[in-house]
Design a protein around this ligand. Sequence first.
Ligand SMILES: [Zn+2]
Length: 94
Amino acid sequence: MTRLPSLAERKPVRTDTVTFSDGSTSDYTPPVNTLDPRYTACADHRVGCDCREADLREDIADLRIEVESLRAENRRLRALMVSVADGLNQEARR
Ligand SMILES: [Zn+2]
């Protein structure tokens, strides 16, 4: 059974450089999940605001975990199928 990658093994969090109208820039790292304090602090809900980014990224992380879990189950069932087929073949040879 495979394990999920640890936090250190995962891809680094995306960091965007935001450019303001006056030309100044700022590095912005979106919140990864709803535990980020920016999630509850978000007041001006707009497209791409902190709470929506946190919700979206959390949903994506949950779906990735679900996909990996289904892949692991698929591998387990395939291995079971092969062992059952081997057992049937051995019984047929007797
Ligand atoms: Zn918001």
